[in-house]
Design a protein around this ligand. Structure first.
Ligand code: DAK
Length: 259
């Protein structure tokens, strides 16, 4: 049903693969539109609770925005593309589902920015990361200046963006850009295992925690703590809170169902 995406569902997990093999999964407007539509379709679903985003093929997660489409784009077209990406990438951050980037190869420019829009990043040991935009006479425009600095700190983000250096998966792990590095052949299994572990917890509580973390990081500590208190109160109204605590006291496994 999508031309540029492959979507597979495994129980409560959706695996969305960017599928533009001829350009190493570069993101053109059509792909961004499909990604946005696909995520919009998933975000209201209660039966899907984790989304894994990856790249089709053996070599590349996403090699960036599609340079062949951008080369002759006008500023107005650039703005339209930016708004489209902002919507799609913003959805990954705001949707109640947990999002995991399974970075299976090149994560360059918009590809690195796509990975950074996910809640968690797991990298294959063959993955590499860069923000090469300044070498093309532009700057990261899908959130890279903001999200990279938040993830790895201002100084490292500036160095990576100014030099356009490409770093390997181990270095990305060392600086906090990715959560873990696994052998390439085990990447999807590792992401599914992580998803299964998350799914065994209270999905409603996890989604409230996600919202608290993302929204809290955009505000001051005092406001973030108030938001946490409100979301904490919401969790107290859930079936899962009753069930989780009772199960502990009764020494049995909790049956957590809310989302
Ligand atoms: N766009 C279009 N085509 C690409 C591409 C890309 N980003 N990356 C690779 N390809 C194409 C290549 O042109 C080649 O096509 P053919 O020649 O076969 O037709 C094919 O994929 C295979 O690539 P290579 O032959 O180069 O493969 P190698 O293994 O030798 O090298 C590479 C792989 C990933 C190191 C190399 O392809 C490469 O350096 N690619 C470009 C990486 C890059 O600079 N990416 C950042 C793009 S800039 C915006 C906001 C954000 C952005 C743009 C606009 N707005 C707000 C409007 C974001 C910008 C970026 O992401």
């Amino acid at each position: 049903m999508f031309e540029h995406l492959l979507v597979e569902e495994k129980g409560q997990i959706a695996i969305v693969s960017i599928n533009n093999p001829k350009s190493l999964n570069a993101l053109n407007s059509a792909t961004l539109t499909e990604l946005n539509d696909c995520l919009a379709g998933i975000e209201g679903r209660k039966d899907i609770r984790v989304v894994i985003v990856t790249g089709a093929g053996p070599k590349s997660f996403v090699a960036g925005a599609d340079i062949s489409e951008m080369v002759d784009a006008t500023p107005a077209e650039g703005r339209a593309m930016s708004l489209l990406a902002m919507e799609a990438f913003g959805r990954l951050e705001k949707m109640p589902q947990v999002t995991i980037a399974a970075v299976n190869g090149f994560a360059l420019g918009g590809g690195c920015e796509l990975a950074m829009s996910c809640d968690i990043r797991v990298a294959a040991d063959t993955a590499s990361f860069a923000q090469p935009e300044c070498g093309l006479g532009i700057l990261p425009g899908f959130g890279g200046t903001q999200r990279l600095a938040r993830l790895v700190g201002e100084g490292r983000a500036m160095e990576l963006i100014f030099t356009c250096d490409r770093i390997d998966a181990q270095e990305a792990y060392r600086i906090g850009l990715v959560n873990k590095v696994v052998p390439k052949d085990e990447l999807i299994d590792a992401c599914v295992a992580m998803a299964d572990k998350i799914l065994s917890k209270g999905s409603y509580a996890v989604s409230l925690a996600k919202k608290s973390i993302h929204t809290g990081l955009d505000t001051d500590l005092a406001s973030g703590l108030l938001l946490e208190a409100s979301n904490f109160a919401l969790s107290f109204a859930s079936h899962d809170k009753q069930e989780g605590m009772r199960a502990f006291l009764e020494k049995r496994k909790a049956d957590l169902t809310d989302f």
